[in-house]
Design a protein around this ligand. Structure first.
Ligand SMILES: [Zn+2]
Ligand SMILES: [Zn+2]
Length: 413
């Protein structure tokens, strides 16, 4: 009996984090790694210039995340530049892309960091815009200069690593550029320092986690964003997702994982699978008057959205009857809660729907192949939320919970 109770408690403890809504919705703070001695000999590095981010964007249990796919050993510059162009999705001149790729690859080699991580970081932090400057950070990787001001001295970085229970001082010479705002606005210098900081943090994580009280995370890139104390693992998930997308564009190999509904194979509507689900099916909406009819994929505005299976476009329109035409600039509120959306009929009884798109590029009655680009992630029809893809499956026109059918390519908080 006792063992059964114990087992039940254990099961509940293991399963609960996977089924309860994200911490953000519950307004709870994530668990923190307990503090251990010895105390570090430097003042905590932290994000200057911004208020604390909301808690709970991360996963409750990073242990549930699968390991990240490895990067190829040899990386070809031209091909990397093309993949980077696909990720950044901006009109960047080809010569500029090639220069970016060259600088990323050489900095990655110099500081022994993964070039795909560096590329994903640059996309996440600035959308590949080297002139971007916010209170939080400057240039391509949005480097938070005040965070490192004390560590950057005489063209080098002083830091400590834990060896046999004691902090040992190390110094990484960084002679190429001055660590100034104007230098950080140059893509080459920014990439150089970003790679150096990534290397230092990967040597210090996880030793600093137990000394500063971070939340559980699985990658040193979290420290690049937060400094010594990681307060949320959600941002690292976004960087790693961008890395997986870049890797997919480079290798031109999609994730082999497929979901299925009966005999219809389903692929991920977004690149870089597996992807994180931010909101579940059936959660109450409008103060409990209705239910969430799909799942929300955490995503970035402008990301490509793809058909999950071959089929025929049933609708490509706004989510309100009688407002079929989308010509001209329409305000969000005129669209209905789904915003711009696409519906695809895959078989007699299966329909998929993609909502809140910034735009779509298919017409009703058009045939689409599995994986074909149908539109881009946006915020149409939303009031406050971050950009995301709302995805639905309908069986005989009845909404069903997509999660069990797409489980192989999603991460659940
Ligand atoms: Zn860490
Ligand atoms: Zn939704």
């Amino acid at each position: 009996m006792l063992t059964r109770v114990l087992l039940l408690t254990l099961t509940v403890a293991l399963v609960l984090p996977a089924v309860v809504p994200p911490a953000r919705a519950r307004g709870k703070r994530p668990r923190v790694i307990p503090f251990e001695k010895p105390r570090p000999p430097w003042p905590r590095r932290y994000r200057h210039g911004v208020k604390a981010m909301p808690w709970g964007l991360g996963l409750a249990n990073p242990g549930l995340w699968p390991t990240e796919p490895p990067a190829p050993r040899r990386v070809r510059q031209r091909r990397f530049a093309r993949a980077l162009g696909q990720l950044c999705r901006k009109r960047i001149a080809p010569w500029k892309l090639r220069a970016l790729a060259r600088w990323i690859l050489s900095a990655a080699r110099k500081f022994s960091v993964d070039p795909f991580l560096l590329g994903g970081l640059i996309y996440r932090q600035s959308r590949c815009d080297s002139t971007k400057s916010t209170p939080y950070g400057v240039g391509l990787a949005a480097i938070n200069a005040p965070m490192h001001a004390r560590s950057m001295r005489r063209r080098g970085y002083t830091y400590w690593v834990l060896q046999r229970g004691a902090w040992v001082e190390r110094r990484l010479p960084l002679p190429r550029f001055a660590f100034t705002r104007s230098a950080l606005l140059q893509p080459r210098a920014n990439i150089y320092f970003a790679a150096a900081h990534l290397r230092i943090y990967s040597q210090q994580c996880p030793a600093i986690d137990s000394r500063f009280g971070s939340v559980p995370h699985r990658h040193p890139v979290s420290h690049f964003i937060w400094g010594d104390q990681v307060k949320d693992a959600g941002l690292e998930d976004r960087v790693l997702t961008a890395r997986r997308r870049l890797l997919q564009y480079y290798t031109r190999v999609q994730s082999p994982t497929r979901g299925a509904f009966k005999s219809v194979a389903l692929r991920c509507p977004l690149d870089g699978a597996p992807r994180k689900i931010a909101t579940f099916w059936g959660e109450p909406r409008s103060g409990g008057r209705r239910r969430h009819l799909g799942v929300d994929f955490a995503s970035t505005r402008g990301e490509p959205v793809r058909a999950v299976a071959s089929g025929t476009v049933l609708k490509a329109s706004t989510d309100l009857p009688g407002r079929g035409s989308i010509s001209g600039a329409r305000r969000n509120w005129k669209m209905g809660p789904g915003g711009l959306f696409v519906m695809i009929q895959h078989s007699d009884d299966l329909i998929s729907a993609y909502m809140h798109l910034s735009r779509f590029i298919v017409r009703p009655n058009q045939r689409v192949r599995a994986g074909q680009l149908i539109g881009y992630v946006g915020r149409t029809g939303m009031k406050r939320d971050l950009a995301h893809l709302h995805f639905e499956l309908r069986h005989h026109k009845k909404h069903i919970d997509p999660l069990q059918h797409i489980a192989p390519f999603v991460l659940v908080p």
